[in-house]
Ligand binder design. Structure first.
Ligand code: MUC
Ligand code: MG
Length: 385
């Protein structure tokens, strides 16, 4: 029996290494909700709930994630034997609807504790268990400038850090965006795989034109070209276009995965732990994709070290990860808030092998970025226009 003894939930704001230009917002810093739980035996677990651009990406914000945890989820945890993660999260689901990001942060912390108690990595507690120790990692070129993106891509290739690049488009005219992608494809040639993410910003007509043109310039994959709730539109585009469509914002757990699979709305799933509602749910989304012959990709919400490693543990259990991952979030931030640097080398990220998540927070770094202990970096995300 393990009961919850202490809980601390706080937001850290870490500046990005350069402005990150997305269709819906430009990021200058990342806000991450960190939760730290301690049980009655003194075992500690950490989790992260992170979104992008305040409320411009989805319907949970850093502030709402913290509030959902503190006000509604922790009181439930205080009534549970938290050594049983599945039963605890089932009880949470009865009193808290939705709020996938908040639930994911809590489930991560509970799994970290159980892994430490059992002496096994979190990846051994999920799905069919761990099948790999390293994950290919993409980088997002989103400086807002084509020449700078090409230089950044070249640098990543020469450092042997990334050879998969995702370009953020959808803000400009379709033809201007495709010209930008075409220049990058031409410059990087067959040394890299180039993909795009439109973050829902095209109409179906724009997507029809854009996807056909993108295929011609050598783009390998088009992520969420139209709104995620337009499953019928995604199915029409997937049927008509040769370049695969990847579902991101459309994918919010098992039911949406089943609907997308059943309607042929996407050829690839971007698996995301927070969007799916937790690590267990992500493994189930992956299983639905695999059963439907859908290609799998390990997505990110640009989490810091904790959320990135939680995701890595899940992706390490996916038998076939045809499109790799984009677990580069910590590299976009000026500093990692962990005691040990993450293992990025040779185009891959090493999945930790220690018990639980296999990572620890650096208390000094945490203190220097905590919103409640520093001058807030609030509202440093500017709306896209
Ligand atoms: C998204 O929409 O996929 C992932 C990489 C990046 O730059 O932004 C994200 C979110
Ligand atoms: Mg996306």
């Amino acid at each position: 029996m393990a009961t919850l003894d202490r809980a601390d939930t706080f937001i850290v704001d870490v500046p990005t290494i350069r402005p990150h230009v997305l269709a819906m917002a430009t990021m200058y810093s990342q806000a991450m909700v960190i939760v730290r739980l301690t049980d009655s035996d003194g075992v500690e677990g950490i989790g992260e709930g992170t979104t992008i651009g305040g409320l411009s990406y989805g319907d949970e914000s850093p502030e709402s994630i913290k509030s959902a945890i503190d006000t509604y989820i922790l009181p439930v945890l205080r009534t549970c034997n938290i050594a049983h993660v599945g039963a605890t999260m089932a009880k949470v689901a009865k009193s808290v609807r939705g709020n996938h990001f908040a639930k994911c942060a809590i489930e991560t912390a509970l799994l970290d504790m159980v892994g430490k108690r059992l002496g096994v990595p979190v990846s051994e507690l999920i799905g069919g268990g761990r099948v790999r120790d390293t994950l290919p990692v993409a980088w997002t070129l989103a400086s807002g400038d084509t020449a700078r993106d090409i230089a950044e891509g070249e640098e990543m290739l020469s450092l042997r850090r990334h050879r998969i690049f995702k370009l953020k488009i959808g803000k400009r005219d379709v033809r201007a965006d495709v010209a930008h992608v075409g220049e990058i494809c031409k410059a990087l040639g067959d040394r890299a795989s180039v993909r795009v993410d439109v973050n829902q910003n095209w109409s179906e007509a724009q997507a029809k034109l854009g996807m056909a043109m993108l295929q011609d310039v050598g783009c390998d994959l088009v992520e969420q070209p139209i709104p995620g709730d337009d499953i019928a539109g995604m199915a029409r585009l997937s049927a008509a276009q040769a370049v695969p469509l990847m579902a991101d914002e459309a994918l919010r757990g098992q039911r949406t995965a089943l609907r997308i699979a059943a309607t042929g709305a996407a050829g690839v799933f971007a698996l995301k732990v927070a969007q799916s509602g937790g690590l267990f749910a992500t493994a189930e989304v992956a299983a639905i994709g695999t059963a439907a012959g859908i290609g799998l990709y390990g997505g990110t919400m640009l989490e810091g070290g904790v959320g990135t490693i939680a995701s890595a543990h899940v992706f390490a259990t996916v038998p076939e990860l045809a499109w790799g991952t984009e677990l580069f979030g910590p590299l976009l931030q000026v500093e990692e808030i962990l005691t040990e640097p993450l293992g990025y080398a040779d185009f891959n990220l090493a999945v930790p092998t220690g018990p639980g998540l296999g990572i620890a927070l650096d208390e000094d770094k945490v203190a220097s970025f905590r919103r409640d202990r520093t001058a807030p970096l609030l509202h440093t995300v500017s709306a896209g226009a």
